[in-house]
Design a protein around this ligand. Structure first.
Ligand code: MTE
Ligand code: MO
Length: 388
């Protein structure tokens, strides 16, 4: 495998090399990964994207599910349909609840020291048991100003222990912008960034032009687009998305079900593609999330009866030394894995991957009996493939 900047070659990126095996008329070079549960299973490949679009959800297409960075075109999207048109010249970011409240123009923000991070961005509802599919995820390089730098320019955080971030997109009926709050501790730990660029390009309008928040390691409901106001508070933000929308219930030690907000991305992995290699198939995928570095990925091609080791490559390895990035800037990037599935007979198979971090940390096989809800569903995702 080639190393160096952005040169990860996944099978399928180049022209298929198996044209000589012509046992069947035009055998498929790539297999569909059918969801085995949820809406996507029932609606099928054509209908489910339409259904998703109706609620303003667009999944990353399979074709872009390889390589270190997800292209801007085709990057997953999740919002409330209305994308405000914000002009760079009149854009203003208000920061309140800090010792020196102030407003920044775009030029003022861009004059501050900039940094870049590569990270997995994942909707908290990605791959849940209702949707069944798993494309509300992408990895991009974001460039902008650290939230810390912006707050320092306002005299620090003062008494504020929490920050609500408000978008400029009007939500119908309530007519207030989208907003989400995190604690100062969470924003500091994640090294949150106010991004102006995605993969080296100016932020497209649908991505929150001109400025969006990026919170590495935290599910992306917190990555507020069209950021218009950062509001320092002395108590947790009680907005609708924090309290009602992105919440699960968890059974506590006393056996009581209590609300739990979606936060840090859990330990996960998925099979992204299944590409022909002669009589074999090469499975590729990603592993990400969790508190520690991914140590190992295992693959099952027999519905979980047996598990085999996949070849794993962490971001430090597959990126080589990307321009202007330090290893800490890749901390929340995915690991990629490949597995060569040798000559399966024709038939229908259940396949999945499973991520392991430090000893004792393994991606769940079954749903956590102490959690109910649609968010942060980390368990192993099975897919059906039909080998011709
Ligand atoms: N202003 C604003 N920011 C938002 C949202 C929104 O509706 N409005 N949706 C959030 C959710 S739920 C997700 S998953 C991510 C999706 O980011 P993307 O559309 O760039 O992929 O944006 C988040 N930021
Ligand atoms: Mo989301």
């Amino acid at each position: 495998m080639a190393t160096g900047t952005h040169s990860l070659n996944h099978p399928g990126d180049s022209a298929p090399a198996a044209a000589e095996s012509v046992a069947l008329a035009q055998p498929p070079e790539e297999l569909d990964l059918h969801p085995v549960e949820g809406m996507a299973r029932w609606l099928g490949r054509l209908l489910h994207p339409i259904a998703f679009r109706m609620v303003s959800m667009v999944e990353q297409p399979r074709e872009t599910m390889s390589g270190p960075l997800s292209p801007v075109k085709g990057y997953f999207r999740r919002d409330r349909h209305r994308h405000p048109e914000v002009a760079a010249e009149t854009y203003a970011l208000r920061v309140t609840g800090v010792p020196n409240p102030r407003t920044f123009s775009l030029a003022e923000l861009q004059a501050l020291p900039q940094e870049s991070r590569v990270l997995v961005m994942e909707c908290a509802g990605n791959g849940n048991h209702v949707m069944g599919s798993a494309g509300l995820i992408g990895q991009a390089k974001w460039t902008g100003v650290a939230l810390k730098t912006v707050l320092e320019a306002c005299g620090g955080t003062g008494d504020s222990t929490h920050f609500a971030c408000h978008g400029l997109d009007p939500i119908p009926v309530i007519r207030r912008g989208y907003h989400y709050g995190l604690s100062l501790e969470e924003l500091t730990r994640s090294r949150a960034l106010l991004a102006f660029q995605m993969n080296g390009e100016p932020l497209p309008r649908s991505r929150g032009f001109p400025v969006r928040l990026v919170v590495p390691g935290v599910y992306s409901m917190s990555h507020v687009k069209w950021l218009g106001h950062i509001e320092g508070k002395t108590a947790p933000h009680n907005g609708i998305h924090n309290r009602f929308v992105f919440v699960n219930k968890r059974r506590n030690a006393a056996g009581k079900w209590v609300k739990e907000q979606a936060r840090w991305i859990g330990l996960k992995s998925m099979v992204t593609r299944c590409i022909r290699d002669g009589d074999d198939w090469t499975l590729t995928g990603w592993a990400w999330g969790g508190a520690d570095e991914i140590q190992e990925v295992k693959v099952s091609v027999d519905g979980g009866e047996s598990w085999q080791q996949a070849e794993l490559s962490g971001p430090g390895k597959y990126f080589g030394a990307p321009d202007g990035l330090e290893s800490g800037d890749l901390e929340h990037a995915w690991s990629v894995w490949t597995y060569r599935w040798r000559g399966p007979a024709s038939g229908s198979y259940r396949i999945a991957s499973r991520a392991f971090a430090q000893e004792g940390q393994a991606q769940r096989l079954e749903e956590d009996p102490d959690v109910k809800g649609h968010f942060n569903q980390t368990r192993v995702k099975w897919r059906r493939v039909d080998v011709p």
